[in-house]
Write a protein that binds this ligand. Structure first.
Ligand code: URA
Length: 219
């Protein structure tokens, strides 16, 4: 698994405002959206394209278009929804699937409560959206589920990651193969790699509960 921390002053600036506890939900949503578009630019560096001929006002030339099958964007409910518009702004023709996963706050284990994905993902490039790569359990389970349906390569996009989560994903996804039997190509793209997880499984310094900060607290 490859991890890419996007090193850019605009990314760092937007992330700083997201971290600030004084940032309200509307501003948080807008900045998360902008930040995802910047991360998506880096995350789609390997998106598959094919050549196409076009005519300019001056001459003919060859350009590129997204290859088929089109990439699949998979936000993990609920907080990943806050990243969807920022991603599809850059990949408007991508298809979108949904994964509902929830973390038990006691055991920190992830379980799946909803799946809305094509059964066959053979050869599909997938972009999984989840703002906080904390323990890594949710994203590792999501990658595994996509791989079981034949997807690959899989790129996970998160705003923040904890080192413990990256290590766990590396460990859990070690040896996982794509449909052709070769090692599954998994990439993680984040705006920052933070210090650690605290006892409650929150990223430190982090930005708090991403779902609550995007959408408010649901009792
Ligand atoms: N989920 C969050 O929303 N925040 C964290 O810090 C960790 C997991």
């Amino acid at each position: 698994m490859r991890t890419h921390v996007v090193d850019h002053p605009l990314v760092a600036h937007k992330l700083t405002v997201l971290r600030d506890e004084g940032t309200d939900s509307p501003t948080f949503r807008r900045l998360a959206d902008e930040l995802v578009t910047l991360l998506a630019y880096e995350a789609t560096r390997d998106v598959r394209v094919e050549p196409m001929d076009i005519r300019t006002p001056v001459t003919t030339t060859t350009g590129v278009r997204l290859s088929s099958p089109k990439p699949l964007v998979v936000p993990i409910l609920r907080a990943g929804l806050g990243m969807l518009d920022g991603m599809t702004r850059l990949l408007p023709t991508a298809e979108v699937g949904f994964l509902g996963m929830v973390r038990d706050e006691g055991t920190l284990l992830a379980s799946t409560y909803a799946t809305r994905l094509p059964d066959d993902l053979a050869g599909r490039q997938c972009y999984v959206l989840d703002p906080m790569l904390a323990t890594g359990g949710t994203l590792a389970a999501a990658v595994r589920l996509l791989a079981d349906r034949g997807a690959g390569p899989v790129t996970c996009i998160a705003l923040l990651a904890a080192p413990e989560g990256i290590t766990r994903m590396q460990h859990e996804l070690d040896g996982i193969t794509g449909r052709d039997g070769s090692p599954l190509d998994v990439r993680v793209v984040v705006a920052a790699l933070d210090e650690r997880l605290n006892e409650q499984g929150y990223i430190v310094p982090g930005l708090g509960d991403a779902g609550d900060r995007l959408y408010g607290t649901v009792s």
